[in-house]
Design a protein around this ligand. Sequence first.
Ligand SMILES: Cc1cc2nc3c(=O)[nH]c(=O)nc-3n(C[C@H](O)[C@H](O)[C@H](O)COP(=O)(O)OP(=O)(O)OC[C@H]3O[C@@H](n4cnc5c(N)ncnc54)[C@H](O)[C@@H]3O)c2cc1C
Length: 388
Amino acid sequence: MNDVAVVVVGAGQAGLSSAFHLRRLGLSPGRDFVVLDHSPRPGGAWQFRWPTLTYGKVHGMHSLPGMELTGADPARPSSQVIGEYFTAYEHTFGLAVRRPVHVRSVEEAGDGRLRVETSRGTWTTRALINATGTWDRPFRPRYPGQEHFRGRQLHTADYPGPHSGAFAGKRVVVVGGGTSAVQHLLEIAEVAAGTAWVTRREPVFRDGPFTEDQGRAAVALVAERVRRGLPPQSVVSVTGLPMTEAMREARERGVLRRQPMFERIVPEGVEWSDGRRMRADTLLWATGFRPAVGHLAPLRLREPGGGIRLEGTRVAADSRIHLVGYGPSASTVGAGRAGRAAAREVLGLLGGRATSRPRTAVEEPAETPEHRSGRSSECVAAPDSRSR
Ligand SMILES: Cc1cc2nc3c(=O)[nH]c(=O)nc-3n(C[C@H](O)[C@H](O)[C@H](O)COP(=O)(O)OP(=O)(O)OC[C@H]3O[C@@H](n4cnc5c(N)ncnc54)[C@H](O)[C@@H]3O)c2cc1C
């Protein structure tokens, strides 16, 4: 059994930002806090994203605190660019992420501490920053007849890219009204025998750049839901679909002609309520993700509304726990800021010190040379650090 002041679960944007700020506030990685992550490599969910999601196509990757992501080649896969950036980041700040370590459950330890059960042993802790994102919990809606479908069903989380052979010559139905659905359609239409796009609601396309005010308004909407203990919508889902040149062209070719949601799935395809049918070889569910917080279930944090109520990043029902990258902070810019807020509050909870034991007292300088320069030799000049 290992005892630490803080456990950070997840080493994506949110977890690394939290770890950076814990360290900056004087806590020592590996001794006062640990960062546990079950993925094989640095990069958070980015390491799993399809190869054609190049760095130039992401909607705005906000740098982690203290080290800019700069000069990355927009033609390279974002999985590689961000994987390398996170690797350099962890190394530069000595964050000592432990992986692969799967957190199975977080429970009461009985002495005011939490017990974190993992695939590599048990930790006890006074505070927990949960930064587990959503990638591990793809949302797959259920429709009547689905189990009898003779074709293949995939989710964005399994999307192998258009050149994988999975879509060549196939009739593909893409389900979902978000950016991922649109990106999949544009790519698949190049190789498939035919595509159809179905969404529950009429998609909202947005012309022109997203202003800061619109961004703030979108985040405020999600924050309000979380304050009321409702399940969060993704920030992206309330920002609309930014219209690009490629989308305009695809719309003219009929690729982005949206159809309403079908009513049932039949063995050879899908069927609408008026009896109209469409043959399909593949159903691609671009239906989003849910917060991956199942390991917190023993603590019973969920409100009757189905969500976890937060005050800032702190769980309203349990001040030892912070959710970073959840709801309003589920974007690269939001996760970065929330990591700082959570680290500060956790330090307050600990009384400004990691533990009461002398050997774990704050020893490190608050600011290292890397913090001050905000740069690393491994990364140079960001093409785009717009936030989403
Ligand atoms: C397809 C897609 C494209 C996106 N594009 C953008 C974009 O362009 N710009 C943007 O700002 N945002 C984008 N987002 C949102 C983006 O995912 C977030 O902004 C941000 O990267 C999430 O960071 P995170 O640290 O919260 O989660 P993640 O990056 O998912 O990191 C969570 C980490 O927790 C680990 N983990 C999960 N469960 C456990 C467990 N039980 N035990 C141990 N470890 C665990 C995982 O291994 C993972 O490393 C996109 C999302 C999707 C799905």
